[in-house]
Write a protein that binds this ligand. Structure first.
Ligand code: CMP
Length: 139
């Protein structure tokens, strides 16, 4: 049974014209795009999306960053795609993310309050279901 995950190309990735590169890596890995939308988030959507981070020191900078420009939201499907995309993305800190990963190859620390790490991927089946419901309520 195929699994689904929510992938975001964050505003830094869209601004740097890396949306296509991220989609290329997802498709080259063999996963399937089932929904795709370029749009600017609002506070309500981000409050839901980042509910688990509310109160952390990077929460407000994170929300401001995520509001700073359009995001490419995608639902991606395939067996074990949740762990598969997280493996493609690399670890959270782009400075030390492994070369070969999206963050490791394309990201770096810009000395800002929030880590701008190009992409988001759901971290569990429960998160994926919740996040897909938030970003694609009609799916
Ligand atoms: P992501 O894992 O997609 O969702 C939470 C985001 O918060 C994370 O990506 C980073 O962009 C950011 N983040 C996580 N931890 C830190 C941190 N310690 N300092 C700054 N930003 C962080």
């Amino acid at each position: 049974t195929a699994q689904r995950t929510l992938v975001l190309v964050k505003p830094d990735g869209v601004r740097r014209n890396l949306s296509g590169e991220v989609l290329r890596r997802i498709e080259a890995k063999g996963y399937t795009l089932v929904a795709l939308e370029l749009r600017t988030a609002d506070r309500e959507l981000l409050a839901g999306h980042y509910a688990e981070h509310e109160g952390k020191p990077f929460y407000e900078p994170l929300v401001e960053f995520m509001l700073s420009g359009p995001v490419l939201a995608a639902v991606v499907e395939g067996h074990r795609v949740i762990e598969g995309f997280r493996s493609l993305a690399g670890t959270t800190d782009p400075t030390t993310a492994a070369p070969g990963t999206i963050r490791g190859d394309l990201g770096r620390d810009w000395g800002l309050k929030v880590q701008q790490n190009l992409v988001h991927g759901s971290d569990s089946p429960e998160s994926a279901a919740r996040e897909i419901g938030l970003w694609f309520p009609n799916l």
